[in-house]
Ligand binder design. Structure first.
Ligand SMILES: NC(=O)c1ccc[n+]([C@@H]2O[C@H](COP(=O)([O-])OP(=O)(O)OC[C@H]3O[C@@H](n4cnc5c(N)ncnc54)[C@H](O)[C@@H]3O)[C@@H](O)[C@H]2O)c1
Ligand SMILES: O=C(O)C(=O)C[C@@H](O)[C@H](O)[C@H](O)COP(=O)(O)O
Ligand SMILES: [Zn+2]
Length: 368
């Protein structure tokens, strides 16, 4: 085992996020006393890993069951949750049993939702295997399922009992998935910890090497940002004194989620968020809230690691319709997380439609 870092998430149900390599041995300790049955939920791509974890738990005396779900966003659909509930029901899962998720953000979102809803809530431990899930999806208890009308429209807040970020799992992760995860890391740089941006800018190559010290530091910094935010405002009800609270983690997501939906989810979450962040940086600049240099820095840092900053897919009207169901919307007023400066997130409510189309034109080389 390499050196491990333990980050504590305080709150009503405190838990640890452990970062290191070869962490599987820590799973029984995290499961705690009294757990007899364990459901290991994993995507198809991680069938071998999921089975190895199930077999290991079984060898240690647990009644362990594997549940295979689809890869990517196809997992975040009601029939998949229904299938998982059926397995839990048939294996006699009780409130003292536990769900373990092994996978990326789509697996932690779906498995977390199943754990939140089965018997109105059972223990869940996340073993994130993508960069994005390690720094973001596995921590903070937000779960999300898609419906025909949009992204993450169904879900619950259900905190894990622990998170094990085994860095060795990143070795098999396709490069474009690693890059996608960096979008959420860069997001943390813009909203709260600019040292993240300095690190990426000074060594963009190391930032996308799974075993580099730079990536390790980026992971831990991004995790600290996420943990600080969710400890203050777990259920996204808002921060003190008009501060956006947890909504700040939605930076770039208003347009990002609309793009994912318009592209029928054949578009990586991180890539969509990268475009969404570039869009809101332009929106904030045009609204007179963000300086030109910080807006431009979005393009440079995202492009340095191979993330997109322009979009030429769906028509603006279609994206606007999709944004209306964003969870930050109140009535018919769209609300965007913007920056008033570096690491100064705030909310822009009901911007002038002309400003929105002007910001969209800035990221659309050939507008429709
Ligand atoms: N709940 C939250 O707070 C939160 C935060 C951020 C993102 N999300 C959600 O997370 C999802 C995106 O997560 P993601 O980017 O991790 O994508 P993902 O879960 O779809 O995983 C991407 C692909 O990589 C495969 N994979 C996973 N780990 C692997 C590994 N170690 N080696 C090889 N292949 C591997 C998966 O099977 C999948 O095909 C989105 O649905 C997004 O909405 C949720
Ligand atoms: O943890 C949060 O809060 C976030 O907003 C993190 C986002 O990166 C993540 O994609 C989240 O799932 C989006 O939440 P949603 O409320 O817009 O569905
Ligand atoms: Zn996200």
């Amino acid at each position: 085992m390499t050196d491990r870092t333990v980050l504590h998430v305080a709150g009503g149900a405190p838990y640890d996020v452990v970062v290191g390599s070869g962490l599987l041995g820590e799973l029984p300790g995290m499961l705690g006393e009294g757990v007899r049955r364990v459901a290991v939920i994993h995507p198809r791509a991680l069938a071998a890993t999921g089975e190895a974890i199930r077999a290991d738990l079984s060898a240690q005396g647990y009644d362990a069951h594997g549940i295979e779900i689809p890869d990517g966003e196809e997992a975040k659909l009601a029939p998949v949750a229904s299938f998982c509930w059926q397995v839990l029901g048939q294996t006699g899962f009780t409130r003292s049993d536990a769900v373990v998720t092994v996978g990326g953000g789509s697996t932690t979102d779906m498995g977390g939702f199943v754990a939140a809803t089965w018997l109105r809530g059972v223990k869940v431990i996340h073993l994130p295997t993508t960069l994005l899930a390690m720094v973001d999806a596995a921590v903070g208890g937000k779960t999300g399922m898609n419906t025909t009308e949009g992204k993450n429209l169904v879900g619950a807040f259900h905190e894990p009992a622990g998170v094990l970020c085994d860095l060795a799992t990143l070795e098999s992760l396709p490069r474009n998935e690693l890059i996608s995860g960096l979008a959420e890391v860069v997001k943390c740089g813009f909203i709260a910890d600019p040292a993240i941006l300095d690190l990426v800018e000074s060594d963009p190559v190391a930032a996308i090497e799974p075993d580099s010290a730079v990536l390790r530091e980026l992971i831990e910094r991004a995790l600290r940002v996420k943990i600080d935010v969710v400890v203050d405002d777990l259920k996204e009800t808002g921060g003190a004194g008009g501060h956006p609270g947890r909504e700040m983690l939605n930076y770039g997501h208003t347009l990002g989620h609309a793009i994912e939906r318009a592209e029928r989810y054949n578009f990586r979450h991180g890539a969509a968020v990268a475009i969404g962040m570039t869009f809101v940086s332009e929106l904030a600049r045009l609204a007179g809230r963000l300086d030109e240099a910080t807006a431009e820095r979005h393009r440079t840092v995202l492009e340095l690691v191979g993330l997109p900053t322009t979009y030429r897919g769906a028509e603006w009207g279609q994206l606007l319709e999709a944004m209306k169901v964003d969870k930050k919307t109140r009535g018919d007023q769209l609300r965007f997380v913007v920056l008033d400066g570096l690491a100064r997130p705030s909310i822009l409510t009901a911007p002038d439609p002309a400003l929105l189309t002007a910001a969209y034109a800035e990221i659309t080389p050939d507008p429709r």
